[in-house]
Design a binder for this molecule. Structure first.
Ligand code: HPA
Length: 287
């Protein structure tokens, strides 16, 4: 019989977070304002960071490695558009086998470093029929199918140092940051989509029937990440801006289009990265 692993104690998580934060402070001192998490193929955005200190995840106590192609697996701390930013060049995913408390540890560590805002990006499949490959979607809300299925990063003892037992999620995606993104896009004539992101566990892509189900329940895009970090960030009182790069469009029946692949996702991410960069830089400048 499969038994769910016992979640670690509150004291253990606090200690892990503090060790990681202490280590990062030794490499890059001072307080930080924004955590930027870069998804599949979007890592090159970190190259715009000035005077950056790069730390591989493998060197940071408690940080899990990022095992997926397109995820460099390092933290870059420096200045971007006048903001002191912590950039995650690559993330950990549930499908890599990591428990969600470990996937969300970097968010909590960032909070200990002073971060108040999370800007989180991902590659996603477009479900909304109006969406095309290369589009950027601002996440207005999410459907956490992994969480609804019993895998929420806050399961286990509440780590009260960060937030309450039952954090509310009706305001998960910050209205002011969404408005800022809209203004930046308008000013730079960058077309922008808005919609609901559905999180699935992966790593297998969805069947056509699953994609039709996702469309029926109100999802505009689907991916295998993001919501866990958003939950940890909201628990810790951070405000969140979420951006999805549409790297492929959903195949709602087996006789349309081509099956998705990681190569296709990585290829489309190259087209999306400059748009994301423009948008994120504009938001940072106006924050
Ligand atoms: N499904 C799930 N995750 C994804 C997809 C998709 O089609 N594209 C990029 N990430």
């Amino acid at each position: 019989m499969y038994v769910l692993p016992t979640p670690p104690s509150e004291a253990f998580i606090v200690e892990q977070c503090q060790c990681a934060a202490d280590y990062i402070r030794e490499q890059a001192s001072g307080s930080w304002r924004v955590l930027l998490i870069l998804g599949s193929g979007l890592g090159p955005l970190a190259e715009a960071v000035e005077d950056g200190v790069a730390i591989p995840y493998s060197a940071i106590p408690g940080f899990a490695a990022s095992t997926v192609a397109g995820h460099a697996g390092r933290l870059v701390l420096g200045e971007l558009c006048g903001q002191r930013v912590v950039v995650m060049q690559g993330r950990q995913h549930f499908y890599e086998g990591y428990p969600l408390w470990q996937i969300t540890l970097p968010v909590r560590v960032a909070r200990l470093l002073g971060v108040e805002t999370l800007i989180i990006t991902n590659a996603a499949g477009g479900i909304n029929r109006a969406f095309a490959v290369g589009d950027v979607m601002v996440i207005t809300d999410h459907i956490n199918l992994v969480g609804m299925g019993g895998h929420n990063p806050l399961i286990g003892p509440n780590v009260s140092m960060f937030g309450p037992r039952f954090p509310e999620m009706t305001t998960a995606y910050d209205a002011a940051l969404i408005e800022l993104a809209r203004q930046v896009a308008q000013a730079s004539k960058l077309p922008l989509r808005f919609g609901v992101y559905a999180c699935v566990a992966g790593p297998s892509f969805e069947t056509p029937a699953e994609l039709r189900f996702l469309r029926a329940i109100g999802a505009d895009a689907v991916g295998m990440s993001t919501v866990h970090e958003v939950i940890a960030a909201r628990h810790a009182g951070m405000r969140v801006l979420g951006l999805s790069g549409i790297t492929n469009v959903a195949r709602l029946s087996a006789d349309e289009g081509e099956p998705p692949s990681h190569e296709e996702v990585m290829h489309a991410a190259q087209v999306i990265a400059p748009k994301m960069q423009q948008l994120i830089q504009g938001v940072l400048l106006r924050m």
